[in-house]
Design a protein around this ligand. Sequence first.
Ligand SMILES: NC(=O)C1=CN([C@@H]2O[C@H](COP(=O)(O)OP(=O)(O)OC[C@H]3O[C@@H](n4cnc5c(N)ncnc54)[C@H](O)[C@@H]3O)[C@@H](O)[C@H]2O)C=CC1
Ligand SMILES: O=C(CO)COP(=O)(O)O
Length: 340
Amino acid sequence: MSKRIGLIGSGSWATALAKILTDNGHHINWWIRNEETIRHMQSRHHNKHYLTSVYFDTSLLALSSDLRSVVESSDIIILAVPSAFLETVLEYLPPATLQQKQIVSAIKGLVPSTNTLINDYLEKQFKISPKQYFTITGPCHAEEVANEKLSYLTFSGTAIDDAQEIANLFTTPYLQTIVNADIIGVQLAAVLKNIYALGAGIAHGQEYGDNFLSVYITNCFKEMQHFLEKYEELAAISAGTTPVSHNYSASAYLGDLLVTCYSLHSRNRTFGNMIGKGYSVKAAQLELNMIAEGYYASKSVFQMNKSIGAYMPVAQAVFSILWEQVHPADAFEGLEKGFV
Ligand SMILES: NC(=O)C1=CN([C@@H]2O[C@H](COP(=O)(O)OP(=O)(O)OC[C@H]3O[C@@H](n4cnc5c(N)ncnc54)[C@H](O)[C@@H]3O)[C@@H](O)[C@H]2O)C=CC1
Ligand SMILES: O=C(CO)COP(=O)(O)O
């Protein structure tokens, strides 16, 4: 019997994932927070707020604002809400309801209140074991999925056969899937690239050009590797093992950094661009009306890095602009001389 799929969230990414799954003929139990969005989807067959051009075969959708019933009627639970809302969304869900389920995080962020990876949060709060946990990462903007532009997603899980089975649900003519066991590395790479893309937007807003941007991204990539190496060194010391290495040239690493820094679809880049042009954080958030994960991530990574001790001048500069009111021109001037 095929596994029942539950999707949690109704922003751009959840809507894109629902399109991919329903294009493959899969039925989805879909948790949508807002009853009005559900009614609109039922009567007009699309999400009135996100990816409005995507129309659904609603006979494949069981829409509900009751999270517990969606979870209880599904075997695979896909989390696709912004990291900042994850704790509130799951707040009243009894941990027992998630047992025996496969949990797939499509979130590119850390839990901001504790600066933890999603798998660590789920293990602590819901006793989700590493074998139950999977991630979806890779360079893929929801808007291009809506237009069926060929894209690649990476499915990671320590239970590699299960990760492959989950990836197969998503493989379509416009979506290729890649599978690996690297859940920690791909999550951290996704968190960091959001910070760097936000910084790329700031640089653009400050009127730096393409030449600078390429040097900026090169240095961000180095910084990402350095952070991950230090992170793995510490993890290995505490586990008494040898450090894990990552395939940094894979598309979930370099590819996602590039697309998010360059693409005009990127919310992080757009948000940064406004900051670079002089908007306040509040004004940029209101104007964007979507979530730029890099805003929260810059603070979480700054705090995490107090114990990791990686040399991260770019992430530090983005943090100082967003959270310490340092002027973008001053922060970027500080970076200019150090780039290689
Ligand atoms: N949009 C994209 O192309 C991609 C997004 N992602 C990741 O997917 C995750 C979700 O992002 P998007 O769907 O793009 O976000 P979005 O900005 O498109 O949607 C925001 C969602 O948050 C919900 N929301 C707003 N306030 C809330 C609250 N107080 N409590 C609970 N929910 C609330 C909104 O209803 C909406 O469903 C993020 O971690 C993002 O990094 C990953 C890959 C691609
Ligand atoms: O993760 C993404 C592309 O791979 C989406 O990035 P943004 O959140 O910046 O739009």
